[in-house]
Design a protein around this ligand. Structure first.
Ligand SMILES: NC(=O)c1ccc[n+]([C@@H]2O[C@H](COP(=O)([O-])OP(=O)(O)OC[C@H]3O[C@@H](n4cnc5c(N)ncnc54)[C@H](O)[C@@H]3O)[C@@H](O)[C@H]2O)c1
Length: 269
């Protein structure tokens, strides 16, 4: 491309006319993504199981002059996902899907029961898979962009009693790479991010639980965790949101099937 025809980097980051669907949009990283995409001009469809917080996030995003629709649904329920996509008219189809909703359950492995395991897998992994299936089905002729939110825990376990969580997020990585391989030729760009040490309501409640416990091992985990952060600080939700903005933009047009840590250097330390 000659210099004359080159689209400016600024224009490549403009999302006017784009439509982004974000799950788990009511709090933490999902909420930050909603605001960040709204500042870039994207219309939004925000999904969460918490209607009150979802409305608050939507109201804040809408202050940036974009259209915001909200849908209360439990992404762990396959039927609810099907109903949601069935009701969605073609004119309201998003061009970008961000599977972010997730939970942080922990359980002693030897005492874990099947319903605990099933819930973890359903919320953290199956939800992303069924959302991807519906999105790809509906956009098969035109392609689209998918960003799945995994975790550093999928690659490097550091906190005890998180085996099902780590398994669910490892599944998200496999889902991402498999779909990126199969649907790249059909115009889909599909990538995953691996956040770590981001200060959100979810991680803060985990930290609170750990600090209120008397187990010395939990304090030790916290100390080790902190020491691995090369940037020596926790991240802000917006520091994850900006990476998804980049991945969803034309600036990332040749990134496919990538697993991108956003973790202050945790995995590399
Ligand atoms: N914060 C981190 O450091 C970190 C690290 C690794 C991975 N992650 C991943 O990032 C994502 C967001 O994490 P966060 O820290 O912002 O969490 P959070 O708990 O602060 O927010 C999660 C949001 O997802 C929603 N949600 C949960 N289960 C849902 C369901 N079944 N249906 C619909 N909505 C649901 C919640 O209501 C909430 O609004 C998760 O997938 C998490 O595993 C975060």
């Amino acid at each position: 491309m000659s210099g004359k025809n080159l689209i400016s980097a600024e224009d490549m980051m403009r999302f006017k006319g784009r439509h982004v669907l974000i799950t788990g949009a009511a709090a933490g990283i999902g909420r930050a993504m909603s605001i960040r995409f709204a500042t870039a001009g994207a219309n939004l469809t925000l999904v969460d199981r918490n209607p009150a917080l979802l409305e608050k996030a939507a109201t804040q995003a809408a202050t940036h002059g974009v259209e915001v629709r909200t849908h209360t649904l439990d992404v762990a329920q396959h039927q609810q996902i099907e109903d949601f996509w069935q009701k969605l008219e073609d004119k309201d189809l998003p061009d970008t899907l961000i599977n972010n909703a997730g939970i942080y359950p922990s359980s002693n492995f030897t005492e874990m029961n099947p319903s605990f395991f099933e819930r973890t897998i359903k919320v953290n992994m199956e939800s992303a898979m069924w959302m991807c299936q519906q999105f790809i089905k509906r956009r098969l002729a035109v392609g689209g962009i998918i960003i799945n939110v995994a975790s550093i825990e999928a690659i490097l376990p550091f906190k005890s009693e998180m085996v099902p969580y780590a398994m669910s997020k490892a599944g998200v990585l496999a889902l991402t790479r498999g779909l990126a391989h199969d649907y790249g030729s059909k115009g889909f760009r599909i990538n995953a991010i691996l956040p770590g040490a981001i200060r959100t309501p979810g991680t803060m409640s985990m930290v609170k639980k750990a600090l209120s416990g008397v187990k010395l091992s939990m304090w030790r985990t916290g100390y080790d965790f902190q020491r691995r952060l090369a940037l020596r600080r926790w991240g802000r939700p917006d520091e994850v949101a900006t990476v998804t903005l980049f991945l969803a933009s034309g600036l990332a047009s040749y990134i496919q099937g990538a697993l991108i840590p956003v973790d202050g250097g945790f995995l590399s330390s």
